[in-house]
Design a protein around this ligand. Structure first.
Ligand SMILES: [Zn+2]
Length: 416
């Protein structure tokens, strides 16, 4: 838990700033300054009293909120060391309500909840922390621990995978991970076909290890894609329906060129038209693609422009392969491509397979360029703008400083 301390130290750098703020009256400033003195002298209870006084008079001041939160956190640490964990939790819950954009008290309180074995409270606070600031290793580590305790092994593994990726030397994690892995192998038969965020329906013949694999892929997508999109984590269980290729066509009335779909539920075949099981890589690609639609539905609402929805789903689930690249080269050289304004609507599935393949390729190439060049830094605010009902091209111009015409030209240049 070293990083909790680092976090609080960083926030303290802002302490001096408030002395220069004149708008909030002398009382708040003076109390804040006295609080800082006490805090630096490690008299945290005293500091807490001063910051509370300052907060009374300037409850909207960001620096004072930070300071009050920090003081609560330090007092909580002291109480926890004295094994007064419940009291410590009360301080942290107060801090969470005061400094609402700060993940640090959420992570700290979750570690205490785990100590108290209040697993679902810990999960609730950690998921909140990750939503506020995706990627903090200690939040993901603790969430893995909480899921593990909740006997949700696939979800736990996804969290710990991530920590091992960014902090391979996390103390003790390799051992925990190996243990989980062994248990997972044995307990496979004990699990039902739900994981934390997904519920599978499947026909006879879909074996347990296939279902288990699918849930693992989906939980990983939930975590990874949620992080990539800046903290998008749909709270409701996502329903996933598995079919054979024939059943899929029968149920959805779609031809075999459609790999899978999201229509409020993720629907995917697990076999090809010959009745052979899809390879893991292919299954994974399709599920990730569909999960991006789930995440975008949650982040933006129902009105995601088609080219962005499909383009992002493709970009986050696969690379542009050789055949797609050839198709794009041909289409851009011969000027056969669509204007982006024609790729906004959702009636596009009525196109014939070849035309649809080009539309997908073009959406992929377009979003791939935006994502590779600018990443989520611009994509996330664009999604937020779309959520407010802004028109797609307007949102593009606002966040990328490009019109459709300019973007079309840039993508074309890359393939000519
Ligand atoms: Zn799609």
């Amino acid at each position: 838990m070293q990083s909790l301390h680092t976090y609080r130290t960083l926030l303290l750098l802002a302490l001096g700033v408030v002395a220069n703020l004149s708008a909030h009256g002398l009382t708040a400033v003076e109390n804040n300054e006295l609080g800082i003195k006490a805090y630096n002298a490690k008299s945290f209870a005293e500091a807490l009293a001063y910051f509370e006084e300052a907060y009374e008079h300037a409850s909207d001041n960001t620096v004072i909120k930070h300071n009050l939160c920090n003081a609560h956190q330090e007092v909580a640490s002291q109480l926890e060391k004295e094994n007064k964990t419940r009291e410590a939790i009360r301080h942290l819950e107060l801090a969470i309500g005061i400094d609402t954009a700060n993940p640090a008290p959420l992570i700290q309180v979750a570690s205490y909840y785990l100590k108290e074995n209040q697993v679902s409270d810990a999960i609730f606070r950690l998921e909140e922390a990750i939503e506020l600031k995706p990627g903090l290793a200690d939040a993901h580590f603790l969430l893995g621990e909480a899921y593990y305790r909740d006997n949700d092994l696939p979800s736990a593994r996804v969290q710990w995978d991530y920590v091992l990726e960014v902090k391979p030397d996390w103390p003790g994690l390799k051992e925990k991970y190996d243990k989980l892995f062994r248990e997972e192998a044995v307990e496979r038969d004990f699990n039902s076909s739900s994981s934390r965020h997904f519920q599978l329906s499947y026909p006879k013949g879909v074996r347990q290890n296939t279902r288990f694999l699918i849930l693992s892929i989906l939980e990983r997508a939930y975590s990874d894609i949620g992080r990539k999109l800046g903290g998008v984590y749909p709270p409701d269980t996502v329903k996933v329906i598995l079919y054979s290729a024939d059943q899929f066509s029968e149920a959805t009335q779609l031809d075999s060129h459609v790999g899978a779909l999201f229509d409020g539920k993720i629907r995917t075949p697990v076999t090809d038209s010959e009745g052979e099981w899809l390879e893991e890589k292919e299954l994974s690609r399709r599920l990730q693609h569909e999960y991006v639609h789930v995440a975008l539905r949650h982040a933006v609402g129902p009105e995601v422009p088609w080219w962005l929805n499909e383009g992002l789903a493709e970009t986050l689930s696969r690379n542009i392969d050789t055949s797609r690249s050839r198709l794009l080269q041909h289409a851009y050289t011969q000027s056969l491509t669509y204007p982006l304004s024609q790729l906004e609507g959702s009636q596009l599935h009525k196109l014939d397979p070849d035309a649809l393949a080009l539309a997908y390729a073009q959406a992929h190439a377009t979003v791939n360029m935006l994502w590779t060049k600018y990443g989520r830094r611009r994509a996330v605010p664009m999604l937020e703008d779309l959520r407010t009902g802004m028109l797609p091209e307007e949102a593009l111009e606002r966040n990328y400083r490009k019109t459709y015409a300019v973007l079309e030209q840039e993508v074309a240049n890359a393939f000519r």
